[in-house]
Design a binder for this molecule. Sequence first.
Ligand code: CTP
Length: 319
Amino acid sequence: RAEVVINGSSSPAVVDRSNESIKHNIQPASSKWRHNQTLSLRIRKQILKFLDAEKDISVLKGTLKPGDIIHYIFDRDSTMNVSQNLYELLPRTSPLKNKHFGTCAIVGNSGVLLNSGCGREIDAHSFVIRCNLAPVQEYARDVGLKTDLVTMNPSVIQRAFEDLVNATWREKLLQRLHSLNGSILWIPAFMARGGKERVEWVNELILKHHVNVRTAYPSLRLLHAVRGYWLTNKVHIKRPTTGLLMYTLATRFCNQIYLYGFWPFPLDQNQNPVKYHYYDSLKYGYTSQASPHTMPLEFKALKSLHEQGALKLTVGQCD
Ligand code: CTP
């Protein structure tokens, strides 16, 4: 039986620091791409050996109680206590229980989305996943509006909401949360120390203002399980990015997966500059050795899956 070859190489992959986008030309082109159902099912089955998105998407209420001590996944010596508010917001059942979707969009945050006109196509998918509370309203033409699940690393509160220093920033965050309107808000609260207060602020805001979101806090085993899957397939990532985590989870409940806004390179396929994020002025830093991510390497793996029809990458304009 043929194995899934993800990065096209059997030797341990080295960190690809190349920014030469020409090397990343996406083939087949959009109109020629065909979904490979057999391969998608095989990948789902393989990933299920490492994790089950239905369970690992969130810790459930029954498994923790207020006061429990948790060791951070990446800082094992640091701990946090499960607060009353966090406990209140843990879901009783998995937000993905028995969920299956025909097509899903995962929207990364690369500036390659700007002027893509992909908004309508993205919104047409049955389930749309976004990352790190990225703004949509002002960019709707290119990124769409529909949001079924959105992630929020605690660092977003610092980066995009000035650590809620005053009432204006608190109000801004509150408005953004209200706009989620019933979707899943996925907060990796147990990954790394340093985000504790930020997670607490958000939890407090949600409860105090009865914000209509379904909170989810990924399981303690998710990160290592995802990394394990990719390492087993010779994709030597350090810490999986949010985007790769979302793809790995989505294989469980999405038949076809479409990726937009995944492009960790400063030039596009036509050698035009690309912003790191479509919505802010953050600079490229993820190719440096100090970064916990290996984005270009992840991209290479995703590109290989695109070529085999397991997922579809869109890195240019939508038709
Ligand atoms: N991404 C990308 N190319 C970029 C920017 C982002 O492919 N130029 C993808 C990555 O998979 C990333 C996701 O889009 O995880 C969301 O982007 P971002 O919010 O920037 O995530 P990170 O800053 O990488 O945050 P994290 O540490 O959670 O991965």
